[in-house]
Design a protein around this ligand. Sequence first.
Ligand code: FES
Ligand code: FES
Length: 153
Amino acid sequence: MNERRYRLNGQTCADAGPPERRLLDILREDHALTAAKPGCGIGRCGACTVLVDGLPVNACLVMAYRLDGREIVTAEVASGWPEMAIVRAALIAENAFQCGYCAPGITFALAALLRRAPESDDGAIRAALVGHLCRCTGYTAILRAAARVFAGP
Ligand code: FES
Ligand code: FES
């Protein structure tokens, strides 16, 4: 069986398990990284968001055979980014969540956008949130928080 080598939160890792195993399971079961949540499991909710080569991706859709040479960052590391603190503060100020299940994915997606493209407009913000399902809030407060983030200090 071929071994895949990849970087995870700055560390070199190797995976020789089944090629069809999901990155989401590898993170949670092999590395005890549980910030990416198992929600729908079919790429529809965004609860399992991680960065792969700098872009947000659903970890439930990434199979092990695609990991070779990739750079993966999880919310455990991103939680220390200044952008994460800015996004969190805005979401709290807007009281943007109820149950909070969608919160890790939405927070991570917005922080990644702020880091990558701090001048993003409303269209880019909405595009970054496509695929993030919130069953509780109706999105209005989340979008208000996002607008607050990208409006700057
Ligand atoms: S669990 Fe991956 S998108 Fe829902
Ligand atoms: S606050 Fe419950 S799913 Fe978003």
